[in-house]
Design a protein around this ligand. Structure first.
Ligand SMILES: Nc1ncnc2c1ncn2[C@@H]1O[C@H](COP(=O)(O)OP(=O)(O)OP(=O)(O)O)[C@@H](O)[C@H]1O
Length: 608
């Protein structure tokens, strides 16, 4: 390791602090465990019983073999020098081991399959659920924290379902079996070798807990390392343009050092565990040999066979004990993860669909805001008592300063949020009474920051209407003037674009989203600052296309650039969530109000 610096004191680290980092030790929670185990229900008649039966068979075989060796092979066959009987027992033991091998192989296969199936279902369900959640949910969480939950928390349950549960069952049954058999063979010897039990429990619970906490610290550091890496790569262009590489590297060095330190502590503690278990094992064996030998000499009921069986059982005893602590810890860790997963699963969309919601069959596109009040949070009102109408086929422009509420109006039309008071209606129907699908299928939103998904250009345009033919996709691209630049790309429409479309210019991305919106053929179209990144020349080129795009639809234009909206049928000027004035361009200009001043200021700026 080269030069080190520590970031643990740095307040910047808060940026990479996710809730997964907290709640290290959750108490055992029965209700949650039952809920978690319900995920095994679909396999309750197939994989689960099969795995349990295989486990029971293999455990029973392992418990029987030492008795056959001690009580029968040694005490009966060897003691009586009966070679025939000896051969029979050896064959029986060989057969049992083969049987055990088969049962064990099947158990491992079925348990893994069961675990993978459960994790698959859980991850699928969680993703589907999160996709349906409302904008409000995403407003209050970072993408990183949602990602961590879907990936890490589900992964931490994987170990529990693939091995943990069955191991726990196996260990409990094995231990009970060994204790019962040992007491049946010789209660005195059984008691003697179990003197070591409390020390063993101490090691497997207290020490393990300590070790587990250390590994948890390692995981926390790794999650921070990952988050920082993720952010660094995403923001590399900004980092370089502000010449922040050195600072960023130093910061990374700090996080990396912390990670290294935590890992060093954890491995140091872990290294103590195995030798301690082995020492207990040795003490147990010493007791067995000395006290066992004494009993053989002085107690006619204790035979050499019993002594040998004990030696076998003792060898099998420590592993389950040390693993039990581990399994319990695993269960507690799974408890924290499942609590966080259930918290997401219990999250209900704020925007709810009524059970008797109706479907928009043939939307016209008449929009009405009826005394709408709306707040994103308790302290600030984004819209105050807004009443407005946007008629079918009209192009309505929303104008106003930053933060005046333009995008909020658009958000309410798509029903990403519900109004706090009043109602938003389309064709006279309250949006809360219609299905979300039928509403959103009739609305296309084009944002300034167009989202391009990884895939081909063709796929990205087709996102607007998945069943559109290639020809329809190309036609839409032609209409909005995107066809030219697409054909110039290496593979034309089949060019692969990476996530967020880094190989395309901002203007090109916007043309793609125009084509996407046109293909969807919506009744209502919302262009939120959609022409802001297009240069004046391109803008002129697409003005005609834009007209085609808006034709016959109710269109809401949100733009700071007033030249794009002067031709709108109706202009609404907003300020601090209120409607200040409305009318068409000429009316508002002659009114010499806020709109007039905005236009004047913008022309002056352009002139300058
Ligand atoms: N998701 C959100 N959570 C909380 N407050 C929000 C959220 N989105 C917007 N706001 C707040 O609501 C108010 C209206 O925002 P809105 O985005 O509608 O403004 P805008 O007129 O579209 O602004 P701009 O022209 O900058 O896009 C602002 O005060 C803003 O800070």
């Amino acid at each position: 390791m080269s030069q080190k610096s520590t970031a643990s004191e740095s307040k910047h680290l808060k940026r990479f602090y996710y809730t997964i980092d907290t709640a290290v030790d959750k108490p055992f929670n029965w209700k949650q465990t039952v809920r978690l185990f319900k995920y095994m229900k679909p396999y309750a008649k197939t994989l689960l019983p099969a795995a349990i039966i295989a486990m029971l068979i293999s455990t029973a075989v392992r418990l029987i073999v030492p008795i056959i060796i001690g009580r029968y092979t040694i005490d009966k066959a060897l003691a009586n020098q009966d070679v025939n009987l000896l051969i029979q027992f050896v064959i029986l033991i060989g057969f049992l081991y083969v049987f055990n091998y088969v049962a064990n192989t099947l158990r491992i296969r079925w348990v893994n399959q069961l675990g993978q199936n459960v994790i698959y279902d859980l991850r699928d369900g969680l993703f589907a659920h999160v996709q349906r959640l409302s904008h409000r949910f995403f407003d209050s969480r970072s993408a990183g924290s949602i990602l961590v939950r879907i990936l890490n928390d589900v992964n931490s349950l994987q170990e529990l379902f693939t091995n943990g549960i069955i191991n726990l069952l196996t260990d409990v049954i094995t231990l009970l079996g060994i204790v019962i058999i040992m007491f049946m063979l010789s209660p005195k010897l059984a008691l003697a070798v179990m003197i070591i039990l409390p020390i063993m429990f101490f090691i497997s619970t207290k020490l393990r807990k300590n070790i587990r906490r250390s590994w948890q610290q390692v995981r926390i550091q790794q999650s921070r390392l990952n988050s920082h890496l993720n952010e660094s790569i995403q923001g590399i262009r900004i980092t370089q343009s502000f010449s922040q590489e050195k600072e960023n590297t130093e910061f990374f060095n700090g996080v990396n050092t912390d990670n290294y330190e935590k890992w060093r502590i954890a491995t140091k503690k872990s290294a103590m565990f195995r030798p301690l278990v082995e020492m207990c094992n040795a003490i147990g064996t010493a007791i067995l040999i000395s006290y066992g030998a004494y009993l053989i000499l002085n107690n006619p009921y204790v035979t050499t066979g019993i002594f040998v069986s004990f030696a076998f059982y003792l060898g099998m005893f420590w592993d389950p004990i040390s693993r039990l602590g581990q399994s319990y810890n695993q269960l507690l860790m799974a408890m924290s993860s499942s609590e966080r997963i259930f918290e997401f699963l219990d999250e209900r969309p704020n925007v709810k669909e009524k059970s008797n919601a109706i479907s928009f069959e043939d939307m016209k596109g008449n929009i009405e805001f009826d005394h709408v009040k709306f707040s994103y949070d308790d302290d600030r009102v984004a819209l105050h008592e807004i009443s407005l109408e946007m008629k079918q086929g009209q192009t309505v422009a929303l104008v106003g300063h930053t933060g005046s509420g333009k995008s909020t109006i658009a958000n309410l039309i798509s029903r990403f949020y519900d109004p706090t008071e009043g109602a938003v209606k389309i064709d006279g129907i309250d949006l809360r009474d219609v299905t979300l699908d039928s509403l959103r299928q009739n609305i296309s939103v084009v944002l300034q920051d167009t989202f391009i998904f990884s895939g081909t250009i063709m796929d990205n345009i087709r996102f607007g209407r998945p069943n559109a033919t290639d020809e329809e996709v190309m036609e839409a691209a032609k209409v909005v003037g995107a066809d030219d630049f697409i054909r110039r790309l290496a593979d034309g429409y089949e060019t692969e674009v990476e996530e967020r479309g880094n190989i395309l210019s901002v203007g090109e991305r916007q043309l793609l989203s125009f084509a996407r919106a046109l293909l969807a053929n919506p009744k209502i179209i919302i262009l939120d600052e959609a022409t802001a990144s297009i240069d004046t020349e391109t803008e002129q080129k697409i003005q005609k296309a834009l007209k085609r795009l808006l034709q016959g639809r109710t269109s809401i234009l949100i733009a700071h650039r007033l030249s794009t909206i002067r031709e709108a049928d109706h202009i609404i000027v907003l300020e601090n969530g209120h409607i200040l004035e409305q009318g068409n361009h000429d009316e508002l200009m002659s009114g010499k109000g806020e709109y007039y001043h905005l236009v004047k200021a913008q022309f002056q700026m352009l002139g300058a």
